[in-house]
Write a protein that binds this ligand. Structure first.
Ligand SMILES: [Zn+2]
Length: 239
């Protein structure tokens, strides 16, 4: 392995770097996937909440409606009781008083009946809303499971691509001499995730875009020793 020329070693490092950059991009992409899934779920939860609210509202109206029904029944039996009392009254005054009472109860009942009609209208409207929400909910659910599946399939593909790149990386590493690899890793750690090995073009470092001193540039062209940029300390190569 040590028989490789510097040129070959540099080519291996460039190749290694390309694999690592691509693998890192895939890794970053994979890390964003759970957030994308959560975002989808959040939109769905919102529809679900609206549906729950509407359901609770309808339940409340049903309860009110039943309470009104019970009130009407109570009033009905109060009226019947008063009507039977009418048959045994002794005075006109008493008769009129009971008639008035019956009239008042009937007025109250008619008010309750109006509320019940309103309640029915509201319930009907809410149920219509709910039917719409339900179909929206179902549609969203179908869309989400489809998108989720797509995203998961995509993630699987990317994970495989990542594994493939890492295996290829391992294969390349085998052919790089350990001193060279150590230097590469050192620079890579220093510049945290950016390119550790860059081209020098027209006496300019493609990493930091600073000028490379003429002597260094000449030495670089001779290609008998690994050279570093004096400004950013990246490994340099010429094409
Ligand atoms: Zn530089």
């Amino acid at each position: 392995m040590d028989s490789h020329t510097l040129k070959e070693q540099i080519e291996l490092l460039i190749d290694l770097q390309a694999k690592e950059i691509e693998a890192n991009q895939i890794k970053a992409e994979l890390e964003r996937i759970p957030a994308r899934l959560e975002e989808m779920q959040a939109g769905f939860a919102q529809i679900q909440n609206r549906l729950e609210e509407k359901k609770a509202l309808i339940e409340a109206w049903k309860k009110t409606y039943r309470a009104h029904e019970a009130d009407i029944q109570t009033n009905q039996s109060r009226i019947q009781k008063r009507e039977s009392q009418l048959r045994s009254v002794k005075t006109n005054q008493e008769y009129r008083a009971i008639l008035k009472e019956i009239g008042d109860i009937k007025t109250a009942s008619s008010g309750i009946e109006d509320s019940m009609l309103q309640c029915l209208d509201d319930m009907e409207a809410a149920e219509k809303d709910m039917a719409e929400l339900n179909s929206e909910h179902q549609q969203a659910q179908a869309e989400i499971s489809e998108k989720q599946k797509e995203l998961e399939d995509y993630a699987d593909d990317r994970r495989k691509a990542y594994d493939r790149l890492m295996a290829e990386r391992e294969e390349i590493v085998k052919h790089i001499n350990s001193d060279m690899l150590k230097k590469y890793n050192f620079v890579k750690n220093q510049i945290a995730g950016m390119k550790a090995i860059v081209a020098a073009k027209d006496a300019i470092c493609m990493g930091c875009h600073m000028n490379i001193p003429p002597q260094l540039y000449n030495e670089l062209h001779r290609g008998d020793e690994l050279k570093f940029c004096p400004h950013c300390h990246r490994i340099l190569y010429v094409l």
